[in-house]
Each structure stands twice: as C-alpha cells, then as structure tokens.
Design a protein around this ligand. Structure first.
Ligand code: ATP
Length: 467
C-alpha cells in the first residue's frame, strides 16, 4: 500500500537494461500476436489501461491458475474468496486509504505535465526540463457515486487493493469454515489506482489485477510465518521458470515501512526497465483487524480453544500483481536464435503458462490429410488449448508457434495415413520424434507435466532428451 507519510518510497529507475529484451520488442510482439492491446485502441487508447487478447487472456488465466493451485489447492491451511470491488466507504477510512493512500505530485510550470515527485531525479521536468511546482499529496483512489444522487453520502471508491475485502470477511470465513489458526484467505481480482505517472506497458496501470493473501497467525509466531511466505513466494516464480539471477529480495529499510508493519520484503524482478517490485510481503501485525473492529464496532477476535483466550491474530500479507507477473514471465522467456532463415523468436514459457499447449499442423492442405488431422485435433482439444494451423509452409508454422510459446507441434503427414504415427516437435530444442496416435495424448500429457518418459508407448521410439 502506498502510504507515503508512513514511509519513504524508493524512486524507480527507468532505463533499458543492457542484455534484456527491449520493452518495445515485447510490446510489439504482444500486439502483433494478440497477447495485449492498448485499451480502446481505435480511439487512441486509454491512459495506462490494457486489454488482453486471445493469447494474453490464456497466459494471464494460466498465471492465476498456477497461483491458486500453489496457495489454495495444494495447502490445507488456505481458502479462497471473491469479494466485491465496491465496498462500504468506511472500509477505506478504517484501512487508512482515505487519509493516506497518496503519492506526491508535482507539475511542470512550463508544459504542465504532472509527475510523481519520487520519480524525479534532478528536480526538473523529465519531458521539457522546465521548473516544477512544490509537491502536494494526491489520493490515488478512484471515486464514484452509488445510486442516482451524486452527493457526499453516496461516494464510493473502486478498491485500490483486494486485501480489505479479506479483512472485512474474516469473521464470515472463520464462522463458516471453522478454520483454526494459522490459516489464510486468498483472493485475486481487479484493483484500481489513479497513478500519476504511468507507462512501461503493463508494469504500472490504472486498472490491474492483484493476487493477495492474508495469513492469520498467533502473535509471536509471525516472524517464522513471515520467513515461510517470503520463501514460498520467491520459489513460486522460479518454479515457473523465472531465472534465479533475475529475481531478488529487497528488505524495506526502517524509513520505508508503514508505521504498523514489522517487516516487509519486496520480490524484485530485473525487468527491461530495471529491478522493480513484482510482489510485496509484509508482516502487518494486528493493525487491519483492530482498525476494522474499531470502525465497524464488530468483534474481530479469534477464540483460542487451547488458551481459552480471545486474541487478534497477526497477519502476513503476500501481495502480488498479476500483470507484473505476466510481464516478468514474458520478458524472462523471450529468446532469439539466429538460424539460416533469419531469426527464430521463442517464448520459452513454462509449459503450465503457455497459452496454447499443442499445435496440430497437417503437412499440407491436401484433402487426404484433412480427416486424420481434424480427428487428432478434436481428440487433443478435449484436454488442452490446441491450435489447428494449415496456412503456409510447415517451417513458417513452427516459427509462429515458437513465437507464442507453444511447447509442442504435432505434424500429420502422408506416412501418418499408413502407420498411424505423427511427428511431435519440441519447442525448446526443435527435436522431433514419431509417436503412435493411440498414445499421443498420454505422451503429450507426460511431457507437458515435465515427466520423464520411462514407460515408452508401445511401438513408440524413446523420447530424445530423456535417457
Ligand atoms: P509500486 O511501489 O510499484 O507503486 P506498491 O508498493 O504500491 O507498488 P502494493 O500496494 O504493494 O504496490 O501492491 C502489490 C502488488 O500489486 C505490486 O507488487 C504490484 O505487482 C501490483 N501493483 C500495484 N500497483 C500496480 C499498478 N499500478 N499496476 C500494475 N500492478 C500494480
């Protein structure tokens, strides 16, 4: 949470990092191939809002699925929630957002562009070099009105974080699930911030998605649980293929911490624009539950059966951005290889994240290949997102799939009509093997789960690369 008066925020270094993929290249690939478009493109775009296209929505959904699986499906101590975006306005008074969710704003006296003061390096306007006004605090929450009357009593806010929806549901979840401490609630969804300086593609948007956890623990056990979550969350990114060298932990200095926070680490990724936050993990003590208890008048304590005491749990909050994760996964997986046909662009996405898992490519548009090709396609799309492509040369089609990160291409040729086998080509090393159609789905399933193929399909050749 951006509580400027509670802590000093670090300026973000905005420059192209040598050796990292050019941000412009990513933006253009995303638009060309249907990952991400500027919002309301035909009207010239809407500042810092983006739309996810056919491939982008698959990638983004896969990121969210992987998070949900790691933090809920595979844990006994976590449950999910989907709270509404519009909440009672008192929520934001209690949480401190109405008072303090603000960034320092300066305006150029010459060109009148506005900037976030903590993003300015030399005291001059980054656009024209003009002098800047004194900074003033600017609240980042979007205000709206609920109902037909636009007066102070009907003011509501678009939530600037999903976290508060969890705190206000603490008792509801506790009563309905009978969870015992320690336990956590996770939710993901849209958040809105009227950011002063935007840019850098989907890194900083005004409408974005978050994946947040509030993990409730007994006071005194909070430091151990904090360590646990920092480690878990760091490993989540590397397990999904982010290179360790491109990820680091940064502990907040004392002057950066919110007044109630005991400790906070940012997980930072080496974006093309430099090291920047991808997720924050904070030990928020009992601040939020106490605040909501005070403002709502409701008891938000937990009755500890062991000690027969009412306690207010401490909270560990891992708070990640969906869009920043998507950007990190795209930047980290982007690769180029020179070959005899020019340049092979590959998105080496983790298989779990790849928008399309398998492409079915008949060798040509020859009618004889059509029935078998459609049959293979129909059988596989039952299991995964599969694309059928018969336009242009097979080489070009492989390239197209590499560029969108499709792990496997299945080619049906004239030989397939005779021997009921197809060629499977692997994205990362371009190796090819023949696989019987009968065992194609199970072979691909094992490969997509990174399983070594110890049991070979009958009549199939051993998969190269797994000795
Ligand atoms: P920053 O310092 O970059 O503004 P923050 O510290 O205010 O971020 P948090 O309030 O901790 O961010 O939000 C948690 C996560 O939500 C961030 O780590 C980031 O991934 C994501 N996030 C926050 N603001 C934005 C935004 N404007 N656009 C995209 N993602 C965002």
């Amino acid at each position: 949470m951006t509580k400027y008066e509670y802590g000093v925020r670090r300026a973000i270094v905005i420059e192209q990092v040598p050796g990292k993929v050019d941000m412009d290249k990513l933006v253009s690939l995303c638009k060309r191939r249907g990952f991400i478009f500027p919002s309301s493109d035909i009207y010239g775009g809407m500042g810092a809002c983006y739309d996810y296209g056919p491939l982008g929505v698959e990638l983004k959904n896969n990121v969210k699925k992987a998070w949900w699986k790691a933090v809920i499906q595979e844990r006994d101590d976590m449950v999910g929630l989907d709270a509404s975006i519009l909440m009672h306005p008192q929520t934001w008074v209690a949480s401190g957002h109405v008072e303090g969710f603000a960034d320092p704003l300066v305006e150029c006296k010459q060109c009148h562009q506005r900037w976030r003061a903590d993003h300015i390096k030399d005291g001059k306007c980054p656009a024209c070099g003009g002098d800047l006004t004194e900074s003033r605090m600017f609240n980042l929450m979007f205000k709206t009105f609920v109902g037909p009357v636009e007066d102070e009593a009907s003011v509501a806010y678009l939530r600037p974080e999903t976290a508060q929806g969890i705190f206000v549901n603490f008792q509801n979840v506790l009563n309905s699930t009978r969870k015992k401490l320690p336990f956590g609630i996770a939710q993901m969804g849209k958040s809105f911030r009227n950011e002063i300086t935007t840019g850098n593609f989907i890194f900083r948007m005004r409408e974005f998605e978050q994946m947040e956890i509030e993990y409730f623990v007994r006071p005194g056990t909070d430091e151990d649980w904090f360590k646990h979550w920092v480690e878990q969350r760091f490993n989540w990114y590397t397990n999904l293929g982010i290179k360790k060298d491109n990820l680091r932990l940064r502990q907040h200095a004392k002057d950066e911490l919110a007044h109630y926070a005991r400790d906070c680490y940012d997980i930072e990724y080496l974006f093309p624009i430099g090291w920047s936050e991808i997720e924050g993990i904070a030990n928020r003590t009992d601040f939020d539950l106490k605040q909501h208890s005070k403002y709502s008048g409701k008891d938000l304590s937990y009755f500890d059966e062991e000690t027969k005491e009412h306690i207010i749990p401490y909270v560990i909050e891992p708070s990640a951005g969906v869009d920043r994760s998507v950007l990190a996964f795209l930047a980290d997986s982007y690769d180029e290889e020179k070959d005899k046909e020019g340049l092979r662009v590959i998105l080496r996405l983790h298989y779990a994240l790849a928008p399309i898992k398998v492409a079915v490519l008949p060798l040509s548009r020859n009618e004889k290949l059509l029935p078998l090709s459609r049959e293979v396609y129909n059988s596989l799309r039952n299991c995964w997102m599969v694309q059928y492509d018969d336009a242009q040369s097979i080489g070009r089609r492989y390239r197209r799939q590499d560029e969108i990160g499709t792990p496997f291409c299945v080619t049906i040729d004239f030989q397939s009509l005779e021997d009921e086998q197809v060629t499977v080509r692997e994205r990362d090393n371009m190796r090819q093997i023949r696989v019987p159609i009968e065992t194609l789905a199970s072979t691909l399933d094992a490969k997509l789960n990174y399983e070594p193929l110890e049991v070979l399909p009958p009549g199939g050749k051993k998969w190269l690369g797994f000795d």
